[in-house]
Design a protein around this ligand. Structure first.
Ligand code: BEZ
Ligand code: FE
Length: 343
C-alpha cells in the first residue's frame, strides 16, 4: 500500500509528542495509535503497548537484552516456513513459542470455557494434518507393527447426557518411536491418524497404539530457549482428538496416560487432570466383539461437548467477571470481545 502523500506545511499532524520520557511515552504512544475506526484494534494495541512498556520499565530492560530478544524473534521467523528436518509440514516456530510459554493453552481456556462435566480442551500442536483418511468405526488407524496395540471405545454426548450423532472426529498420535508420520521424510501416506464420525449412539471406536512420550521439535530458537531455561522438551504420552459439527463448540483436546514421567511437566502445558486417563486391558467378550486380542490395551472415554451458544454465554459471563476483577470497568463486549465503552 502506498503511504499517504506528504502534507503541505500547515501545522503538525496528530497530537504533540515532544520530549517523550520514561513516564509519558506510554500514553503518547497509545494516543497516536488510537486514530483507527477499529475499536478492537485500538484497544489491543493500547494494552499491548502498556504491557510492553511496563515490561521494559519493570525489568530496566537493557539494549543488549532487547537486541538478543529481537535476534531470537528473527531466528523464529527464519525457521518458520522451512520444511524442517523434524517435519515435512511447515513448522511454525512462533506457535511453538506460544505453546511453550503457556499462551496457547491460556487462549484455549479463555475462548473455549467449559461448564462442569464438559470435556476440557488442550493444545493443538503442529502435527494435525488435513489428509487423514475417513475411516469406518472399528478401523485400524496405524501401520506401525512395532507399537503396542490399543483399542479405543469412546462416546460423544452433550452436557445433558444425550448422544451426539455425526460429529466429525479427527484423531492423531505418534508411532511407537514417538514420531508423527509427517516427521518421517519418506512419508507417502498418512498413518497414525484418521477421521471418524460418531454413530447414532454417539459412539466411535478405533484401533491405534498405546501412545508414547516424545520431544517437541527443539531444533530451533525455542528449543535453545528451553535449554537455557533448564527445561526439557518432552510431552507426556497422549492421543489428540478434535471434534467438529455445526452448532457445537469445536473441541480440540487430548488424552494423557496417567503415570507418565512428564505428566506434571509437559513442555507445552497441555495436561489437565480431567484429561489424564488409565488404560485397561480388553477382556474376552470385548475382544470378540471388537475383533482384537484379549489383553490388548483398552482406552474408554466419554467426551462431553458444549453447544456454541453455551460456550458463548459462558465466555461472556467469565469475561465480565475477569474484567471486573482486573478493575477494568469502562469496557463493553462486542462480538464477545472487550472494547472501551465510549457511549
Ligand atoms: C503435539 O502434541 O503434537 C505438540 C503440541 C505442541 C507443540 C509441539 C507438539
Ligand atoms: Fe502430540
Amino acid at each position: 500500500m502506498a503511504p499517504e502523500p506528504r502534507r503541505e506545511n500547515s501545522g503538525p499532524v496528530g497530537p504533540p509528542l515532544l520530549d517523550l520520557t520514561i513516564d509519558n511515552i506510554t500514553p503518547n504512544t497509545i494516543r497516536i495509535n488510537s486514530q483507527s475506526e477499529n475499536a478492537r484494534l485500538t484497544y489491543l494495541l493500547s494494552r499491548l503497548v502498556t504491557h510492553l512498556h511496563d515490561f521494559a520499565r519493570e525489568t530496566r530492560l537493557s539494549t543488549e537484552e532487547w537486541m538478543k530478544g529481537i535476534e531470537f524473534l528473527i531466528g523464529c521467523g527464519k525457521i518458520c516456513s522451512d520444511v524442517r528436518n523434524v517435519s515435512c509440514l511447515p513448522l511454525h516456530e512462533f506457535i511453538l513459542l506460544s505453546d511453550t510459554l503457556g499462551l496457547s493453552l491460556l487462549l484455549d481456556n479463555i475462548n473455549h470455557p467449559k461448564p462442569a462435566g464438559a470435556t476440557e480442551g488442550s493444545v493443538l500442536g503442529p502435527f494435525h494434518t488435513h489428509d487423514a483418511p475417513l475411516l469406518e468405526n472399528g478401523a485400524t488407524m496405524t501401520s506401525d507393527p512395532a507399537g503396542e496395540p490399543m483399542l479405543a471405545i469412546c462416546t460423544v454426548k452433550d452436557t445433558a447426557g444425550n448422544p451426539i450423532q455425526g460429529i466429525k472426529i479427527d484423531i492423531w498420535e505418534t508411532d511407537s518411536s514417538g514420531h508423527y508420520d509427517v516427521q518421517h521424510s519418506d512419508r507417502n501416506e498418512p498413518s497414525e491418524r484418521c477421521v471418524m464420525m460418531s454413530d447414532a449412539e454417539g459412539k466411535f471406536w478405533f484401533k491405534g497404539l498405546k501412545p508414547v512420550s516424545y520431544p517437541i521439535p527443539h531444533d530451533g530458537p525455542v528449543g535453545k530457549l528451553l535449554e537455557r531455561l533448564g527445561r526439557h522438551c518432552w510431552r507426556p504420552a497422549h492421543v489428540h482428538f478434535m471434534f467438529e459439527k455445526e452448532g457445537w463448540d469445536k473441541l480440540i483436546t487430548a488424552l494423557y496416560l496417567r503415570g507418565d514421567p512428564y505428566e506434571t511437566s509437559d513442555a507445552v502445558f497441555g495436561v489437565k487432570k480431567s484429561l489424564v486417563v488409565d488404560l485397561d486391558k480388553v477382556d474376552k467378550e470385548t475382544a470378540e466383539k471388537y475383533g482384537v486380542k484379549e489383553g490388548t490395551w483398552l482406552l474408554r472415554q466419554d467426551f462431553v461437548l458444549t453447544t456454541q451458544k453455551e460456550t458463548e454465554e459462558l465466555r461472556d459471563e467469565l469475561a465480565k467477571e475477569a474484567l471486573a476483577k482486573l478493575g477494568l470497568h469502562n469496557l463493553k463486549l462486542v462480538d464477545h470481545l472487550p472494547v472501551p465503552d465510549l457511549d
